[in-house]
Ligand binder design. Structure first.
Ligand SMILES: Cc1cc2nc3c(=O)[nH]c(=O)nc-3n(C[C@H](O)[C@H](O)[C@H](O)COP(=O)(O)OP(=O)(O)OC[C@H]3O[C@@H](n4cnc5c(N)ncnc54)[C@H](O)[C@@H]3O)c2cc1C
Length: 404
């Protein structure tokens, strides 16, 4: 399998390659997981799904760009299925952004589960067998290896994996979500934790996803026997009800004195941010290790750091300004002071581990937040389920010149 390069150039190249497949091909074949074995020397990318997610997750490519390419090539109707999947990402981002306690509770519960592992030998054994791919369930063990080796799993494989983890192996969902965040190049607080909650019956209360050997065989070209899967998926329960906290869209920062622009690994396309004027300095920061108390794999770290480094270099060239990295242990205020700058602008930092790690320090430097029009249009729609978002998206995005 070809490992994606963490650059915008590589993202654009993959986008150009896949655009022809975003219509009929995607609608009919997206659910099939042919596995990395289907990659050939001639075509190292399976052509039924885009594998653009590591780029989209770091905003080396924006969702706006993805949708525009799909609709231009296939028309709104022809691209409908692809458009829906891209909107799922915005739905999850907006949903979590408006219920930040879901993420905070996940972090606390995950840490408590790791403590439990230390105290309970049986649980620890089951967890170790799962993350080392030694469960004896061929499909699951294969996906563990594929995830660790490539940093990617097909969406259907992620659903089967999470279902087997929760309902067959009876392991805590938080530890499965954590394992994904350690290894997925696209590991994202919202899409990941909410998808795990969805499979377990916590997101859409009482509605679970059950992996069956027949379904796995049908969509994997009968590559696996998948013997011994749970026959039922009883919803997980929690005695919490999360309150919706409607999103407050920050006003566009006014034109004023010189400023520094922060570039972080949640937004690696500074050229397309709506800024009042050119920045005088670009400050780059990445913090992928905060995704898990166990840290992230070398592949995940390299991708996130590479994406920021690419963005900082591009941004400095584009704006004709200086650049500097904000390294661990350094004070942001000291970087600003040495550049004699008092103003800081930052692309929105969504709910998640990077915000937990550096959000306060950025705020402490009187930062103004820049939210993308696309996010400001889609995220507030995520008040309940996905389908109202899908329905309202064409209206919400029309003012951005997009005809869905
Ligand atoms: C348990 C579980 C965990 C997941 N964890 C993550 C995660 O950490 N990060 C992440 O980006 N996605 C996650 N997903 C969603 C989805 O599996 C991936 O976005 C998708 O598989 C990425 O592959 P692709 O780029 O080839 O997708 P394509 O099918 O080509 O889709 C195009 C783009 O649409 C978006 N997209 C597609 N499907 C979904 C979806 N179901 N939810 C949200 N966005 C979607 C992605 O940005 C993707 O790049 C998870 C799904 C499950 C079931």
């Amino acid at each position: 399998m070809k490992h994606p390069q963490a650059t915008r150039a590589a993202a654009l190249s993959r986008l150009a390659e896949f655009t022809a497949n975003m219509g009929h091909n995607y609608a009919h074949k997206r659910n099939f997981d042919y596995g990395p074995e289907a990659d050939t020397e001639k075509d190292p990318w399976r052509d039924n799904v885009s594998k653009l997610s590591p780029y989209v997750r770091h905003k080396l490519l924006t969702e706006h760009e993805l949708l525009a390419a799909a609709v231009k090539a296939h028309g709104a109707q022809g691209a409908d299925k692809f458009v829906s999947e891209v909107l799922w990402r915005g739905y999850f981002k907006g949903w979590l952004e408006q219920r930040p306690e879901v993420w905070a509770d996940y972090v606390n519960d995950r840490d408590a589960r790791f403590k439990q592992l230390k105290a309970q030998g049986g649980l620890r054994k089951g967890y170790e067998q799962a993350i080392e791919g030694r469960t004896g369930i061929d499909a699951f063990d294969h996906w563990v290896k594929e995830l660790v080796d490539t940093g990617y799993l097909h969406n259907h494989a992620r659903m089967w994996f999470a279902s087997i983890w929760i309902f067959t192996l009876k392991l805590p969902w938080e530890l499965g979500a954590d394992f994904f965040l350690q290894h997925l190049l696209d590991g994202d607080a919202a899409s990941n934790s909410l998808s795990w909650r969805w499979v377990g019956g916590l997101h859409t209360k009482g509605k679970t996803y059950l992996a069956t050997k027949e379904n796995i065989a049908q969509f994997t070209g009968s590559r696996f026997a998948a013997i011994g899967l749970a026959a039922e998926a009883k919803p997980l329960e929690e005695d919490r009800n999360y309150k919706l906290r409607p999103l407050k869209i920050p006003p566009a920062p006014p034109a004023a004195a010189a400023f520094a622009l922060l570039v972080h690994d949640e937004d690696c396309h500074p050229e397309s941010l709506e800024l009042p004027q050119k920045p005088s300095l670009i400050i780059g920061v990445s913090g992928p290790d905060g995704k898990s108390p166990k840290g992230v794999s070398e592949k995940v770290r390299t991708f996130a750091e590479g994406a920021v480094s690419d963005a900082v270099t591009r941004g400095a060239d584009h704006f004709g300004c200086e650049k500097v990295m904000w390294n661990k242990g350094e004070k942001l205020s000291a970087i600003l002071a040495s550049a004699k700058l008092e103003r800081l602008l930052s692309p929105w930092l969504p709910v998640g581990p990077l915000k937990d790690a550096i959000g306060k320090e950025i705020n402490g430097n009187n930062a103004r937040w820049v939210m993308r029009d696309y996010d400001a249009a889609i995220w507030p729609l995520a008040t309940k389920g996905f389908f109202p978002v899908k329905k309202k998206a064409p209206d919400a995005l029309r003012s951005l010149g997009m005809a869905l």
